[in-house]
Design a protein around this ligand. Structure first.
Ligand SMILES: [Mn+2]
Length: 424
């Protein structure tokens, strides 16, 4: 289904008096209001194709109604999200869960909805139905060359799908690792991974990138072959300019200072982008900003400061993606909440008084430095987000509009109550 623009306008009209009052209140204290709004209007976050259905855990999965049953329906759902928030203009495909059988018609559908294709994601953490070799003991690091060759070939095939759709990056996450001490020679596993990645790297078109994701544990519980940002950066540096490190917020041990990692990767020109989510314990894939919004703000502080220091365009210089799973929420509502949370953290970071912070740092005025950061963090920037959305033709209140327009029930009528999307 598609949302008619006039319905969004009608809903906005009902909210406009209150919005105007709130907007003027916050806008009065912002020096560079137009600059902030322009940046918020340009900012988009890619929606992963695997997040449009209900997720699950290894204990079970409770599918919701009206889930997309095909790639076309997933693209339509991203169209719904983008129509509401005007900040989700791309989709990140996962192969083989979402193989575009007819690339030109898929591309046409996306274009109609104002969407394009972000990074494509390969999958060598599961055995596929017709696969000759198993990834039980790893893929790109496997001790057997024929298994590595199969995994390399899969990644090259994913690049080829992406080329047809206009993607410009391959995102690689490996589950390769070991479950028990002694199972693996760490050095050799790393070297084999490097060799395999080099073959994939050599198959990249000239204007493509390869994004290397890391994760400390799970599904392997003793070691992961690309376990942290150091190991990913080591590989990215060995591979070359087209390779960089992808930061998934959930892929860190508890209390890791992610903002410091982000700052240094940016400094080295090796920050590929983000998989946004939130977590309490491990790789929980919860809604962005639902557990630790202050950490998200501190990350955006480093991003804005670091990108400005290098003269990078915020919206387009790195990849912005969500990687979340929704076990108990309507996936579209969850994604709308995640995008809003990201934009809130970004807007707060844009409000930081950078020259004053620099001076405070120079003077070792620790209390003032904290005051400056928290002054921005404690500003209610939601009217700025709403105004940016309005100026782009979106909704002042995306989730409110989604509910008011009864989108989920319309999807259930269209697709049925018992539906299961491909994915996690
Ligand atoms: Mn991820």
């Amino acid at each position: 289904m598609q949302i008619e623009k006039y319905l969004i306008d009608e809903h906005n009209h009902q909210l406009s008096t209150k919005h105007q009052r709130n907007f003027e209140h916050v806008a009065a204290d912002i020096n560079n209001l137009d600059g902030v709004l322009t940046k918020l209007q340009a900012f988009n976050v890619a929606i992963p194709s695997w997040a449009l259905g209900t997720g699950g855990t290894r204990f079970g999965r409770f599918s919701g109604g009206g889930e997309p049953g095909s790639l076309e329906e997933k693209i339509e759902d991203v169209g719904v999200i983008h129509a509401l928030n005007r900040s989700s203009n791309s989709i990140s495909l996962h192969i083989p869960w979402d193989i575009p059988d007819n690339a030109s018609s898929i591309k046409q559908l996306a274009t109609q909805l104002g969407l394009h294709f972000d990074a494509v994601n390969s999958n060598t953490f599961q055995d596929q139905k017709d696969a000759e070799h198993s990834y039980k003991f790893g893929s790109l690091h496997h001790v057997d060359k024929v298994v590595r060759a199969q995994a390399v070939e899969h990644n090259i095939q994913v690049i080829n799908y992406g080329k047809e759709l206009g993607s410009k990056a391959l995102s690689v996450w490996l589950s390769d690792g070991s479950n028990f001490p002694g199972q693996l020679n760490f050095r050799e596993a790393f070297q084999r991974t490097h060799e395999s990645l080099q073959e994939i790297y050599n198959a990249l078109p000239h204007d493509w990138k390869i994004w290397i994701e890391y994760k400390p544990y799970e599904p392997n519980f003793y070691s992961t072959t690309i376990g942290d940002w150091g190991q990913s950066l080591l590989l990215a540096n060995k591979l070359g300019d087209k390779a960089a490190t992808l930061v998934d917020l959930g892929h860190h041990l508890p209390n890791t200072n992610i903002e410091q990692i982000v700052s240094l990767l940016l400094m080295e020109g090796k920050l590929a982008g983000f998989h946004f989510n939130d977590s309490k314990y491990g790789d929980d894939d919860l809604t962005v900003g639902s557990i630790n919004p202050y950490q998200l703000f501190l990350i955006f502080n480093e991003l804005v400061e670091g990108m400005d220091a290098r003269g990078m365009a915020h919206a387009t210089s790195i990849g912005w993606m969500i990687d979340a799973s929704h076990n108990v929420k309507d996936p579209i509502e969850d994604l709308l909440q995640s995008v809003q949370a990201i934009k809130i953290a970004y807007a707060q970071a844009l409000l930081i008084d950078t020259p004053a912070l620099k001076t405070a740092q120079q003077n070792n005025d620790v209390a003032l430095a904290q005051e400056i950061l928290q002054q921005a963090y404690r500003t209610d920037v939601r009217p700025l987000i709403a105004e940016a959305s309005l100026r782009e033709g979106g909704s002042l209140d995306p989730i409110g509009a989604y509910r008011k327009l009864d989108v989920r029930n319309n999807l259930i009528k269209e697709r049925g109550l018992k539906t299961v999307a491909t994915g996690l």
